[in-house]
Write a protein that binds this ligand. Structure first.
Ligand SMILES: Cc1ncc(C[n+]2csc(CCOP(=O)(O)OP(=O)(O)O)c2C)c(N)n1
Length: 308
């Protein structure tokens, strides 16, 4: 399918309220988490997806309710783009009543419906291949979508999984959020060749997307998703993003120049400039909504894990 998007404001196409609202909802959720940490109201660790919120919003618009989603350590946006339950996710991260996994999974290990995340790099892909094969047999046309970072291409399990996925024609959509850094290691210092070349080594179709425009990303992804569904095969979508926040909380090792470049690549100020009235309205709506959710979750009792 060829999608032509002509109307642009400051390089961005007009965005639906539902998409921009969800991107801002995730942004305010992540900011709230960092504030809670600063105040000592959140324990453990967390990795926010600041700067990358538009990717799962674009991807989720192409997913079917029966598809599976596999997420990683930076997974709040992946979850919130799929399930609009910020209260249940915040309760999970804080170990409060109403937590999506009774508070035993925390930020990185969430299992809900057809969503599964793991903090162990490279752990999800082999599982996603197995689930994709099951989907192929039982409900043809459905797929497993797995989000991984560029740094995770250093894990051997990624290659074992891609090998079997291609050999067995598993309907697998691998979404690579390429932010150019893995914790504190620049990708240029740890990845030889390219992700495109590595996918090609297995004969797996690959497409790299440079835009921060949610409509453009979705339009460029759509043919790949269709290929995975109709021909039952793995595909790799690599999306260039900027990590607008630290790796986890206060651990940003990038130089001032690199931080400026990351801020300039962030979708948020660009949407604010291109669509000021729409942005201001939705931003205020989501800021207030997440604020109410935080206040509500903060006064909840501790979650209780009941074995079933
Ligand atoms: C097997 C394994 N090794 C190391 C870590 C520690 N760790 C967590 S995130 C991360 C970097 C991941 O980089 P990337 O895949 O590019 O994702 P990003 O953090 O940039 O989103 C590392 C080394 C881990 N979680 N799992």
């Amino acid at each position: 399918m060829v999608v032509v998007i002509e109307e642009r404001v400051l390089g961005l196409t007009p965005v639906a309220d539902a998409d921009l609202g969800r991107m801002l909802r995730i942004r305010h959720f992540e900011r709230a988490l960092l504030r809670l940490f600063e105040r000592g109201q959140l324990n453990g660790t967390t990795h926010t997806c600041l700067g990358q919120e538009h990717v799962p919003v674009a991807v989720s618009g192409l997913l079917d309710p029966d598809d599976y989603v596999f997420s990683n350590h930076r997974g709040h946006g992946h979850f919130l783009a799929r399930h609009d339950q910020p209260d249940a996710l915040l309760a999970e991260i804080m170990g409060r009543a109403g937590a999506v996994c009774n508070g035993v999974g925390g930020s990185q290990h969430v299992y809900h419906g057809r969503f599964l995340s793991t903090g162990v790099q490279g752990e999800s892909l082999p599982v996603a291949v197995g689930v994709a094969l099951r989907l192929k047999r039982v409900t043809p046309g459905r797929l497993a979508c797995a989000y991984i970072g560029d740094g995770t291409w250093g894990e051997g399990s990624v290659y074992e999984a891609l090998n079997m996925a291609q050999l067995w024609r598993a309907p697998l959509l691998v979404v690579v959020e390429h932010n150019g850094i893995a914790q504190s290691t620049p990708t240029t210092a740890q990845l030889s060749g390219s992700i495109a070349g590595r996918a090609a080594g297995f004969g797996i179709p690959h497409h790299r997307i440079e835009s921060v425009d949610v409509n453009v990303i979705r339009a460029e992804l759509e043919p790949l998703v269709t290929l995975a569904r109709t021909e039952s095969r793995p595909v790799v979508a690599e999306i260039a993003v900027h990590r607008a926040g630290p790796h986890s909380k206060g651990d940003d090792t990038r130089t001032p120049a690199e931080l400026v470049a990351a801020a300039q690549g962030d979708w948020q100020p660009r949407y604010a400039e291109a669509f000021p009235a729409q942005f201001a309205r939705l931003d205020e709506e989501q800021r207030a909504s997440i604020g109410r959710i935080v206040d509500d979750v903060l006064i909840r009792p501790a979650s209780v894990w009941e074995r079933s």
